[in-house]
Design a protein around this ligand. Structure first.
Ligand code: FPP
Length: 230
């Protein structure tokens, strides 16, 4: 008999794709897809916490996304600012710690201020950590880490010491990564950190993602790990 061990993933990454297609299908404006996506994210953080997951890293806005229409970019940045304030009390009450990774100097002042406040007020959260990748690109993260190396860093460089220069310093690598919305690629998400991640793809649009589907993936992850798939 194989020993039954619990294989709950410690860290899950999510590429939240399909917001616009969901909105279009519903006959709603694009921003409604993002708004519903933000609600799904809030719900998913709770599902993850209830299942024993410790860290969730989500791709909210890529460096490529800056090229979308000004209206959409402004809409998403306003939504992030609004949501950061809206969820603060609940996050504090539920012990959720929220952190952001990405190129902050490109963010509008208001968004930057709201996300930094959210990070500060949730910093002692211990139940689950939600890491939001915002203005994030995996290649840019690696280039910025390389640029930040000092002479002595370079002299003693190891995989571990380099990882400490990334935006994700102190955050575990994802045990598995989910991409919703049907595409099967990483699109510049956590390039360094995904070296050993199990990958899951689903055609479900992010706003329509459910607890059931999430739970099935967590179960399948456990089976893959127990079958030595790692
Ligand atoms: C991808 O779908 C989604 C985005 C680019 C934005 C995701 C943003 C949120 C879920 C809001 C996050 C809010 C907070 C508070 C962190 P898409 O727009 O690429 O949709 P498509 O694949 O159908 O075109």
């Amino acid at each position: 008999m194989t020993e039954t061990t619990s294989s709950i993933p410690h860290t899950i990454g999510i590429i939240m794709d399909g917001n616009r297609r969901w909105a279009k299908e519903q006959g709603l404006p694009t921003i409604e897809g993002h708004r519903k996506g933000a609600e799904t994210l809030q719900a998913c953080t709770r599902w993850a916490y209830e299942m024993g997951v410790k860290t969730l890293i989500v791709y909210a806005f890529s460096t490529e996304n800056w090229q979308r229409s000004e209206e959409e970019v402004t809409g998403i940045m306003d939504l992030v600012a609004f949501f950061s304030e809206y969820i603060a009390d609940t996050a504090i009450k539920e012990g959720v710690r929220i952190q952001f990774i990405g190129k902050r100097d490109m963010l509008p002042e208001k968004t930057l201020q709201k996300i930094e406040t959210l990070e500060q007020v949730t910093a002692i959260g211990m139940t689950i950590t939600l890491v939001v990748a915002l203005s994030y690109g995996g290649r840019l993260e690696i280039v910025e880490a390389a640029r930040s190396l000092s002479e002595s860093d370079r002299a003693e460089l190891t995989e571990e010491s380099f990882a400490r220069k990334l935006w994700t310093a102190g955050i575990s690598d994802p045990d598995f990564i989910i991409r919703t919305g049907g595409q099967k690629r990483l699109s510049n998400f956590l390039l360094w950190q995904s070296a050993y991640s199990e990958l899951f793809f689903t055609p479900t649009y992010w706003p329509a993602f459910t607890r059931d589907e999430f739970a099935r993936m967590v179960t399948e992850y456990g089976e893959r790990v127990q079958n030595g798939g790692k």
